[in-house]
Design a protein around this ligand. Structure first.
Ligand SMILES: [Zn+2]
Length: 376
């Protein structure tokens, strides 16, 4: 009963004592503990409210938590008959079929927004690509993004869509009110669908311009990536450092036996890369990661989500010893070598490093990066 949490932490390495935790706790408890990412430098303890991305308690997040509990308990709310009526009305809406289908998907939060892809671990960055300000939820992309607001303002409908909790609220508010024209709901559906289609077309026509390029003279380029092996409850980290001619200076593939999420492992990868470069004595480094959230947090441009705040502050401290340092975002397409090393970690025991040689497992990625650069 006297035991403290610090007993479970290996203070020297800033890691959980995974074996001990697995021994003492039930499996699901151990998974929950190990999925809390630690910063290597173990910053001071503090209280956080995990339901909110910024770690601060808010009435809204408590309300949402309570509401999600209600849904899980199967409790039917008093206005369920209104909702039944609403769904009927939506399914019979006089709009093209694909717009109706879109409306139903939007109301059920089934659209592949970046936030939804993030929850499914398809992407590690939920940020809206249009404004870069907030996570791209259904409500954000259809109603709250500055670009969308412009359209609603132009249609004189901004007051109709503002201040709602989700897209169902928007349609319900405008479609279920007796004295409102039922065309209003149709109009809102059509505009929302156009916004969604426009967003998709724009994304499709945006060819990825980001290719790997060697660093400037006298600098090193360090690419990092993380991989989640959810079945084994492990994660993998890949780090590759190259010189100005694209030659591999050092590389690492590292396995962590903790069930972290996609964002947390990306942050861990950059932290591990900074430590690795410090250990081998490399300076003048440009770090590249394909996580926009992690990069902009390290650059100080945005506040990190609370789950990675400790890792980010450790990483910044380590990087201060490597000055000058730059951190920049690189799309997946330009980060394939690091990706290959992160994937390789699944087959690695603890970690493996390569010095002044290209790991054969990523030979083709490295060659094609350099080749693409020479051609362009
Ligand atoms: Zn936006």
């Amino acid at each position: 009963m006297e035991a403290k949490v610090c007993v479970l932490i290996d203070a020297e390495n800033g890691e959980w004592k995974a074996d001990l935790i697995r021994e003492v706790f039930l499996e699901h408890e151990a998974d929950s503990i190990l999925s809390i990412p630690l910063g290597t430098l173990l910053p001071a303890d503090r209280l956080v409210w995990t339901t909110a991305a910024n770690g601060k308690f808010s009435v809204k997040s408590a309300y949402n938590l309570a509401r999600s509990g209600e849904k899980k308990d199967g409790g039917e709310s008093s206005d369920s008959s209104i909702m039944k009526h609403f769904w009927q009305k939506l399914r019979r809406a006089k709009v093209p079929n694909m717009v109706r289908v879109f409306g139903c998907k939007a109301c059920q939060n089934f659209l592949p927004t970046k936030m939804n892809l993030f929850h499914r671990q398809v992407t590690d960055d939920p940020t809206c690509e249009e404004c870069g300000l907030e996570p791209e939820t259904v409500l954000h992309v259809l109603c709250q993004c500055p670009k969308a607001k412009e359209v609603w303002t132009h249609c004189h409908l901004l007051h109709r869509i503002e201040g709602k909790g989700d897209f169902t609220d928007v349609l319900c508010f405008n479609g279920m009110n007796q004295d409102q024209d039922s065309n209003l709901m149709h109009m809102i559906l059509m505009i929302a669908w156009s916004l969604w289609r426009n967003r998709n077309e724009k994304r499709m026509s945006h060819p990825c311009q980001n290719k790997w390029t060697p660093p400037p003279h006298g600098w090193y380029k360090v690419n990092t990536d993380g991989a989640v092996f959810s079945k084994q409850k492990w994660v993998g980290i890949g780090v590759i450092a190259s010189d100005e001619q694209g030659r591999v200076v050092a590389a690492m593939s590292k396995r962590l036996q903790v069930p972290l999420g996609a964002l947390e492992v990306e942050a861990k990868a950059l932290e591990a890369a900074a430590s690795f470069e410090k250990d081998i004595g490399v300076q003048k480094v440009i770090f590249e990661s394909d996580s926009l959230v992690v990069c902009s947090a390290i650059q100080g441009a945005t506040k990190p989500p609370i789950t990675i705040a400790n890792i980010i502050s450790s990483t910044i401290q380590i990087m201060q010893q490597l000055q000058p340092v730059e951190v920049q975002h690189m799309r997946r397409e330009g980060n394939r070598a690091a990706h290959g090393l992160a994937q390789h970690a699944q087959a690695v025991n603890d970690f493996v490093t390569w010095m002044e040689e290209t790991p054969t497992i990523i030979n083709s990625e490295v060659l094609s990066d350099v080749h693409q650069f020479i051609q362009s």
